[in-house]
Write a protein that binds this ligand. Sequence first.
Ligand SMILES: NC(=O)c1ccc[n+]([C@@H]2O[C@H](COP(=O)([O-])OP(=O)(O)OC[C@H]3O[C@@H](n4cnc5c(N)ncnc54)[C@H](OP(=O)(O)O)[C@@H]3O)[C@@H](O)[C@H]2O)c1
Length: 302
Amino acid sequence: MDLKNICRAVLFPVQMLCSILKAGLSLLLPCKRRDLSGDVVLITGGGRGIGRHLAHEFAKQGARKVILWGRTEKCLKETSEEITLLGTECHYFVCDVGNREEVYQQAKILREKVGDVTILVNNAAVVHGKSLMNSDDDALLKTQHINTLGQFWTTKAFLPRMLELCNGHVVCMNSILSISAIPGAIDYCTSKASSLAFMESLTLGLLDCPGVGCTTVLPFHTNTEMFQGMRVRFPQLFPPLKPETVAQRTVEGVRSNKAFVHLPWTMHILIILKNLLPLSALEEIQRFAGSYTCMNTFKGRT
Ligand SMILES: NC(=O)c1ccc[n+]([C@@H]2O[C@H](COP(=O)([O-])OP(=O)(O)OC[C@H]3O[C@@H](n4cnc5c(N)ncnc54)[C@H](OP(=O)(O)O)[C@@H]3O)[C@@H](O)[C@H]2O)c1
């Protein structure tokens, strides 16, 4: 080993300790928050559900412009009107994020009409909600296109300009199911796991890029139409999150440049248990919580 590598090896534990202390202190001390007044925020799936609440929250916290993408024009128009009433400039465009050509074309139109996007929120997603054997191939492909590939294409469309400007943030509305999958939603869990790997890779890749960051949000079941009909065994013990809470915590995560936001925080315990406990014990927890059967009553969006 040469002298340089010996120095690196000696410094390594010290740097690790400093990083851990810094992270611990940042939990206690107020951090510098991003001022959103210069930001142009694009939210995919911004017409309804969590996306609609995100639009409200970004507007309330001072974003300069909010742009909504989605497939259903009626919802986009309604949300856009609500945001305009709050006094924030808002635009909407019909765009299917599962269609690569449409994403690139709409990105070009958006840049020409509204300007550079500085915060991209990849929120749009679907769930087919069936087991592998009961799913037809087209439905499985559709989920992967929207939940995983859509995010590749939107990021490819907007990240280069953020890097040029040294100003940008990419947000992924992921799910705790990307870490702890359930039966009966195989399309969703796999697409979200892939999306999580994408964000982990992107987050590490952007560490040396000043002014550009990432936030991945991993919420538990949230009260929107997406998982309609899904039943956990003890709803009092595991109540669904409110979409407005998810939106508020997401915007806070962006403003404080947090890489990962688990909602609620108790999800950290689930992750620790998953890595420590034997499979048989994990099975008991899942059985107790009703995870194996929760999708039996799933209706989804009609
Ligand atoms: N609800 C939950 O329990 C839960 C839990 C954890 C994470 N999440 C995540 O939170 C995000 C939002 O979910 P939600 O609960 O708000 O669901 P939702 O109410 O079903 O909303 C989904 C949104 O995505 C849009 N969308 C779907 N396919 C699209 C496409 N191809 N192109 C563009 N937009 C599309 C929808 O609009 P159009 O149909 O008009 O296109 C809608 O605005 C998703 O990423 C979801 O995975 C949800």
